[in-house]
Design a protein around this ligand. Sequence first.
Ligand code: HEC
Ligand code: HEC
Length: 155
Amino acid sequence: MVSSDRLAPGEQGRIRVTVRTDRKKGVIARTVQVRTNDPLNPLVILNLRANVTDPFHGKKLDPKEMFRTPCRKCHVDRGRGRFGADLFRADCIMCHMRGKNAAPLGALRKLPRERLQAAVEKGVPGTVMPGFSWKAGGPLTDSQVRSLITYIKGR
Ligand code: HEC
Ligand code: HEC
C-alpha cells in the first residue's frame, strides 16, 4: 500500500508492507521492489529484515503450563468437545508428527494400548509430554482419552 502513486521530485511517500510471520522463527529477510518512472532509479529494492521471536516457547517450561491461559488457546481450546482423529489433530499432532520431537502416529500405533493410555493420561516424565487426563490436571475426559487410543490403534 502506498500513500500516493504520484510523487514530485524530492517529495516523500510511505509504503506499508505486511509480512506474515506464522511458522517463522529467527531472522527473516524480504525484499520489496518499487518500480517508478524516475529515469535515474526506475527500480528501487527495499530490503526488510525482522527477527521473529516466540513469546510462548523457548524458555524451559513446565509442560503442564500449556493447559493454562494463554497457552491453552493453542494447546487445549481447539480440542474441546472433540474426539478421535479430530482431537488428535487439535491437541497432539503439533508435537507428534514427522520433523518434531515426538513419535508420529505410525510409530505410536505400534505401541501396546496400556502404554499409550498411561502416557496420554499421566504424561511421560522428563519430556514435554504432559498428562492430558482430568485426573492428572489435564483437559481430557476419560472418553476423550479412550477415543484417542482407539484412533491411534486404528480401529
Ligand atoms: C500460538 C499457538 C501456541 C501458543 C499460544 C502456545 N503454544 Fe506451545 N506449541 C505450539 C505448537 C504449534 C507447538 C509444536 C512445536 C513446534 O511447532 O515448534 C508447541 C509446542 C510446545 C511444547 C513442546 C516444545 C518442544 O520442545 O517440543 C511445549 C512444552 C509448549 N508448546 C508449551 C507451551 C506453553 C507453556 C505455552 C504458554 C506459555 C504455549 N506452549 C503456548 C503452539 C502454541
Ligand atoms: C507439547 C508436545 C506434545 C503434545 C502436545 C503431545 N505430546 Fe505426546 N509426547 C511428546 C513427547 C516429547 C513424548 C516423548 C517422546 C516420544 O515418546 O515420542 C511424548 C510421548 C507420548 C506417548 C508415549 C510414547 C511412548 O513411546 O511410550 C504417547 C502415547 C503420546 N505422547 C500421545 C499423545 C497424545 C494422544 C497427545 C494429544 C492428546 C499428545 N501425545 C500430545 C510430546 C507431546
